[in-house]
Design a protein around this ligand. Structure first.
Ligand code: PFF
Length: 454
């Protein structure tokens, strides 16, 4: 029934390419910046275990749902739901996805721009020898300096443009094939270095020895939100990417591999950061500043600190880039497929919109810090609306759609189990799509908007 438009549609060329782009989308600031500070603030190991539970209980089924929808329809997120259920009223999921992707791209590019500033500082030796207090105020002064963060945001988005305008196979896939192995190599080098630090034992104890007294309703909810954000779920990013998968791509294997590698990178980030935090007497509960204030303080005391610092922020920059190109592709695919724009024109439009909103987000730490909506600056508003409202609503709708609206034969046909164990697994995944994921996500959403309290 489907795939009538496949001859002209781009496809990722290789199996390795599929894994590189999907893992590239998942691994980003969410793993290396957000996971360590969330784990640090929420009791370490207990948070990590909960997060892993959600990744496999909800993340993998929702990811499979996105893969099934994307590959079966071979089109963008908005058209996919119309094609599968004409007149069914499910098209709203596509619009939610497109809106979320623009909001996330805007504030995410600001943080990615900060990593460029820190690469620049590391290379120029600007942070060398500064005290932790000086580094704190340097970060605050930089974030509030208006033109500089805005400039990095624009530059970061231009890097996205350079890759995206080349297209799916020549741009996204080629770049991911090179960047992802590089990223893993840098991560492993950092890990080995951290394991030899004097505070390694304390850091690892913090990360791996669970203390369940830290678990509260709020911690459970953050662990689930983290799973969604980190796996790029709920906005149709993986629907869009899987529309470029070939029929031979094994969806269940790709989902399990992506979820495992994504969790592995988050754990590696913890193994890198916590031994350093304990070695240099810093606080694991430092919050979002952990990476931008605490780590530079640590690097400035380390031998060869400038090199480590450059490498670390380069890693963060590369990880951000492979994630933002996947967010952009959501709207670009829509502009190309439905509005019949050229690839270049669609990319220009997407990046242009993100630049306008991105600069506003960057300025919300400076001259626009007093401009608030419902008490939130533009940066915080975009983050709050996308992570706490749009992603949960989108994820729940996608899961319900795949579990209840899509014919079971379509789901099994796409997941294509080849053994008895595979067929059982499909049954378990469908059960999770129908019941487990919607119920859990509803709980997160209601708690996120403050309707229920645990
Ligand atoms: N998964 C990315 C990260 O962990 O940084 C963030 C992300 C990418 C969210 C792509 C949404 C998305 F569509």
């Amino acid at each position: 029934m489907m795939n009538d438009n496949t001859p002209k549609r781009a496809q990722f060329a290789t199996r390795l390419g599929v894994v590189a782009v999907t893992v590239g989308s998942a691994v980003g600031l969410g793993n290396i910046w957000r996971f360590p500070y969330e784990a640090g603030a929420n009791g370490g190991a207990a948070f990590m275990l909960l997060n892993l539970l959600f990744v496999f209980l909800i993340g993998v089924p929702v990811m499979c749902a996105e893969f099934v929808i994307g590959r079966h329809t071979g089109t963008n997120v908005r058209a996919a739901f119309r094609k599968l259920s004409p007149g069914g009223g499910w098209g709203f999921i596509g619009y939610i996805g497109i809106l979320s992707s623009v909001l996330i791209l805007s504030f995410y590019s600001v943080v990615a721009g900060w990593t460029m500033e820190y690469i620049f500082r590391s290379v120029s030796g600007a942070a060398g020898g500064a005290s932790p207090e000086a580094l704190h105020s340097q970060f605050d002064a930089f974030a509030a300096s208006n033109w500089r963060p805005a400039m990095w945001t624009v530059l970061f988005l231009l890097c996205n443009y350079a890759i995206l305008s080349r297209g799916v196979e020549k741009g996204i896939e080629k770049v991911s094939n090179v960047l992802m192995p590089l990223l893993f190599a840098i991560l492993i080098a950092f890990c080995i270095h951290s394991l030899f630090m004097p505070g390694a034992a304390d850091g690892l104890k913090f990360l791996f020895r669970p203390d369940f007294s830290h678990i509260s309703g709020r911690v459970v909810l953050s662990a689930m939100g983290q799973a969604f954000f980190s796996l790029s779920l709920g906005l149709g990013c993986l629907i869009t990417y899987s529309s470029y998968f070939s029929r031979r791509t094994p969806l269940m294997k790709t989902a399990f591999l992506t979820a495992s590698l994504d969790s592995f990178v988050a754990i590696l980030a913890g193994v890198i950061i916590f031994p350093a935090v304990f070695t240099y007497g810093q606080q694991p509960e430092a919050g979002p500043k952990l990476v931008f204030e605490v780590l530079p303080a640590i690097f400035s005391e380390m031998t060869g600190g400038a090199v480590w610092s450059t490498l670390f922020f380069l890693l963060l920059f590369l990880a951000s880039l492979t994630s933002t190109i996947s967010m952009s592709e959501i709207s670009i695919a829509w502009f190309c497929d439905d509005l019949h724009m050229s690839r270049r024109g669609a990319t220009r439009l997407n990046i242009g919109i993100a630049m306008v909103f991105g600069v506003v987000c960057a300025l919300s730490f400076g001259c626009l810090s007093d401009f608030t909506v419902c008490g939130l600056t533009v940066f915080n508003l975009f983050d709050y609306v996308s992570s706490n409202i749009l992603l949960p609503v989108g994820g729940m709708a996608i899961s319900i759609f795949a579990g209840w609206v899509l014919r079971r034969s379509v789901v099994s046909g796409e997941l294509n189990p080849t053994s008895r164990a595979g067929r059982v697994l499909v049954g378990v995944l469908v059960f999770c799509m129908r019941y487990v994921a919607p119920v859990c996500i509803l709980a997160v959403f209601l708690a996120g908007i403050g309707v229920i309290r645990f």
